[in-house]
Design a protein. Structure first.
Lengths: 281, 421
């Protein structure tokens, strides 16, 4: 497998997983919670890294996912029980946790091989060099495997949980009447977002994963009326945006993650312009 | 030498933190805290472009670049919110992440083309207070003054816009202009603030001081002052910690200290804090439990026609009391001479009887009021009265008695027990 293909496939797998989850975040008006989770998992990653001494291990994913869910719960408590504005609850929680993460990474800098740049915008260009082997047989890049597994998990989750996700996204009261646990679906979605964030973290970093979550889904939302086409379109926009971003970055030799986020933004702007134009004419 | 650097950093962070906090209060009260977060992230491409065009770090270019990017981001968010069906959270996070991504793209371009002075740009990500030069300090001091002046000048307008935008428009205030002024001030505050904490953690400087201040006061001027104080204290604390510990970053420590202030305020503040509210809830529950016990004993006496005693177990069996805190409630009642403990259980004293009578009277009066005046069915009124009997004040009681014309019996034909005087 060529390095280019490995990078492109990792980017595509990650983008599609995030786009599908993002569609539900957009519908639930919870994109900023996704943003918060992507920042908040940092201390979890730092601690899990310190304990397991590796970048892609099960304890790391679990630890970080736990912190992500913890952040969701703190935000819920602040806004629902303590009556803090939801915006402020999100802002307070994620900045404090992210700052804690940076401090921990600095504190253990000789033991934890993560730097601030990697945290912020990832190192997808290094994906081909981090390989693993099974029984002496080289199995290829770790990130490619983890993003592929992520895509599989996300697809299984979406297919099996489709009805619950659909109902609890559109009408919480109706869902509650049907006996669908809105709180449980919320928590499960947030756990999925946490896992997706952690897996994407190394390749695209904490903030650009938000672009992957939000931009394709928002673009799809502009031109679709139903959930199924919206999810499909979001996945498509995630795919095209990451391919275009990769090509542009390769052409100008810039940050791939930055290129992908930029192209996702350009795609949104284009579709927005088209919808505005056709609406007024 | 070290001391001079430290003082410079201290003074700088102090100024930067308090000016962002003041602006943050208004967006906090408007419920738009995260727009400031988006603007902070969106400044990155503006700052990097200014770096490329200005061939280095020049505060003037930097401010123009930041201002342009910030305004584009702000009006971009507003446009998406107004012209599409996307909700505000999506608009905010979309602009935030794609602008930031574009900034990263530009930054990596600058890095690869080797335009040098890379360190000057890196610090915008997570801040680098130690890199503040004397020149920066003067510029940002000027900006902070401008900010405070702007807030003072537009105070009335901001206040009205924050609490009731429609009203502000109705009385003829130029809301568009005030919004623009507020956005410019926010962008300036963010431009100044990212020098210390960077774009990623800027939201903390805008939001957390306000959230902390809000739990201590409800007055806007006091909130502004408190927010600035919290931010300054955090700036001081964070700078000291990072100066004391080896290779610790200043920005994240300021944010951590700020977070500590924020969360402890939310927990500890009197009245609005979590502990205070919990205490209030407990004391309400205790009062309800006391009054229910007295009512229970009074009811038993009423049925028996003579003073009776009840054991704690009998009280629980009567379903009026819950186990939790029952012994303590009885002990307190005994201490206040409302009940006496006899070998066969607890009995009312004269004082306790009068109190129990009051609760029963309020219960029956309210039931009567609900059926007579509000037309509720007699079989629906009991749960309502169970709540109201603990709430009605003597003044309201007198009014109800007058309204109903000194009634004798309640809807279930039980007598309404007045105080015999």
């Amino acid at each position: 497998m060529t390095p280019t293909l490995a990078i492109a496939l990792t980017a595509i797998f990650t983008a599609i997983s995030c786009a599908v989850l993002g569609a539900f975040l957009v519908l639930r008006k919870m994109t900023m919670v996704g943003d918060a989770i992507s920042h908040a998992v940092l201390p979890g990653i730092a601690i899990a890294y310190l304990l397991s001494q590796s970048r892609a291990s099960l304890p790391m994913f679990l630890g970080a996912a736990l912190v992500g869910v913890f952040a969701t719960v703190v935000i819920e408590i602040l806004s629902k029980k303590w009556k803090v504005q939801s915006d402020a609850s999100i802002g307070m929680t994620f900045t404090t946790l992210f700052a804690l993460g940076v401090v921990l990474i600095t504190f253990w800098s000789d033991k934890v091989d993560l730097d601030q740049e990697c945290v912020l915008y990832g190192e997808i260009a290094f994906v081909p060099f981090n390989t693993w082997s099974l029984a002496g047989q080289s199995m290829g890049p770790i990130a490619l495997w983890s993003s592929g597994i992520l895509l599989l998990i996300v697809l299984i989750y979406t297919f099996t949980g489709y009805k619950g996700l659909l109902m609890s996204s559109f009408n919480e009261d109706y869902a509650a009447v049907l006996g669908i646990g809105v709180g449980a679906w919320n928590l499960s979605l947030m756990s999925m977002v946490s896992v997706a964030t952690v897996i994407s973290f190394e390749s695209v970093g904490a903030i650009l994963v938000v672009a992957l979550l939000v931009a394709p889904a928002a673009t799809a939302y502009l031109i679709s009326q139903k959930l199924k086409p919206m999810i499909l379109l979001a996945a498509l926009f995630g795919l095209s945006g990451s391919l275009l971003g990769y090509l542009i970055s390769a052409r100008f030799d810039t940050s791939i993650a930055g290129g992908i986020a930029t192209m996702l933004g350009v795609q949104f702007a284009l579709i927005l312009a088209i919808t505005q134009f056709t609406r007024t004419s | 030498m070290f001391d001079l650097v430290l003082i410079k950093v201290l003074f700088g962070t102090l100024l930067l933190a308090s000016s962002s906090a003041v602006v943050g209060v208004f967006s906090f009260l408007k419920g738009e805290s995260l727009v400031g977060d988006a603007i902070a992230h969106a400044l990155l491409p503006g700052v990097v472009l200014a770096f490329i065009l200005g061939e280095g770090r020049h505060p003037g270019y930097l401010i123009i670049g930041a201002l342009t990017a910030g305004l584009i981001a702000h009006y971009g968010i507003a446009f998406i919110e107004q012209r599409t069906k996307l909700k505000s959270d999506t608009a905010v996070s979309l602009v935030l992440s794609t602008f930031f991504g574009f900034g990263i793209l530009l930054m990596s371009y600058v890095q690869r083309t080797g335009q040098g002075q890379q360190a000057g740009l890196e610090r915008f990500l997570l801040g680098k207070a130690a890199a503040i030069t004397m020149m920066d300090l003067y510029v940002f001091m000027g900006l902070a003054l401008l900010l405070l002046l702007g807030v003072a000048l537009f105070y009335k307008g901001f206040q009205l816009m924050t609490f009731n935008e429609d009203f502000a428009a109705a009385i003829g205030l130029p809301t568009g202009l005030i919004r623009f002024a507020f956005t410019v001030l926010t962008v300036l505050a963010v431009t100044v603030g990212i020098q210390t904490v960077g774009v990623v953690l800027m939201a903390a400087l805008l939001i957390t001081p306000s959230a902390a201040a809000r739990s201590w006061t409800s007055s806007l001027p006091r909130m502004l002052l408190l927010a600035a104080l919290f931010a300054s204290a955090a700036a001081l604390g964070g700078t000291f910690i990072s100066a004391t510990l080896p290779k610790m970053p200043t920005g994240p420590w300021i944010v951590l200290v700020l977070g500590f202030f924020g969360f402890s305020s939310l927990i500890l503040a009197p009245e609005k804090g979590w502990l205070a509210r919990r205490k209030r809830a407990t004391s309400n529950r205790n009062k309800t439990q006391r009054e229910n016990l007295l009512k229970l004993l009074y009811g038993a006496e009423e049925r028996a026609g003579e003073p009776v005693a009840m054991t704690a177990d009998a009280m629980v069996d009567a379903r009026e009391a819950h186990y939790e805190g029952l012994t303590m409630t009885l002990r307190n009642l005994k201490k206040e001479f409302l009940v006496v403990e006899r070998p066969d259980g607890f009995a009312l004293t004269d004082m306790g009887r009068s109190e129990g009578r009051r609760v029963v009277r309020l219960h029956r009066l309210w039931e009567l009021y609900l059926t007579e005046r509000l037309g509720m069915a007699a079989d629906h009124i009991h749960p309502q009265a169970e709540t109201m009997e603990h709430v009605i004040t003597p003044e309201i009681e007198a009014l109800i008695v007058k309204e109903l014309g000194n009634p004798e019996v309640d809807p279930h034909q039980s007598p309404i027990p007045y105080e015999e005087d």
